[in-house]
Structure formats: structure tokens, C-alpha cells
Design a protein around this ligand. Sequence first.
Ligand code: ADP
Ligand code: MG
Length: 120
Amino acid sequence: MIQVVVNLLSNAAKFSASGATVAVSLQESPGHVRVSVVDSGVGIPDSFRGRIFERFAQADSSDRRQKGGTGLGLNICKSIIEAHQGRIDFVSEPGKRTEFYFDLPLKHAPDAAQPAVQAA
Ligand SMILES: Nc1ncnc2c1ncn2[C@@H]1O[C@H](COP(=O)(O)OP(=O)(O)O)[C@@H](O)[C@H]1O
Ligand SMILES: [Mg+2]
């Protein structure tokens, strides 16, 4: 999970202007939690949506590219999240707001609300 969050944070910072804000939030819904990373950088064109989670996929894969990277980060994120029965996706308005989020199922222990040892 640390690797997933680090990948999303580093992308948010890398594709934002220097000094811009990246917001992280955690939200609980019935049955799952959602972790979101929101930036206000260049964003992702719709034409790239179908490939973004593939290995080595980068919106700019030219050798004039200004940002470093290998295009592996999101593919690894997806593998990790799916190994935990979750899902990862994003919404992007290029130049305005880009949100990557992942949902993980909550497993409540059956007696989590009860104290482990009852007072006599
Ligand atoms: N927050 C983001 N804003 C804009 N583009 C992004 C963002 N996150 C990912 N991308 C796009 O998805 C591509 C793949 O991301 P990733 O797999 O992490 O590879 P890398 O960071 O090594 O390029 C990036 O090269 C970029 O084109
Ligand atoms: Mg990356």
C-alpha cells in the first residue's frame, strides 16, 4: 500500500506545477474505503485512458519528454490493488483537476465492536 500511495503522490507532484497543492483523502463508505490523490496539473487526455495502466505506457513517450519515469508505476499500482480485491481508476479534467483513487473492501471482524474480554 505504501508503494501504491508513493506512486500516486509522485505522479501528482511530477505532473503539477512547482508549488502546487496535492490533496490526499480517505473516505469510508459501506463496505469499502477510498483513498484519493488529487492534483491540478496537466491531466490525462481521454485518448490515453485505454492504455494508462499498461506496462511502459506514458502519455508522452517521446525522447524529448521533460518528465522522467518508466511508465511502470500505475501498472504496478493496479496489480497491488487488484491483489487486495480492490480497484483503481481516475477522473481527469486536463489542466484543472485530476483524481486517482483506489477502493479497498473493508473486512470487519465479526466481533470487532465487542471488547475481547468481557468485564466480570
Ligand atoms: N497525476 C497525473 N497527471 C497527469 N498524467 C499522469 C498522472 N499520473 C499518471 N499520468 C500519466 O500516466 C503515465 C504513466 O504513469 P506511471 O505508470 O506512473 O509512469 P511514469 O510516472 O513512470 O511515467 C505518465 O507518464 C503520465 O503520462
Ligand atoms: Mg509514476
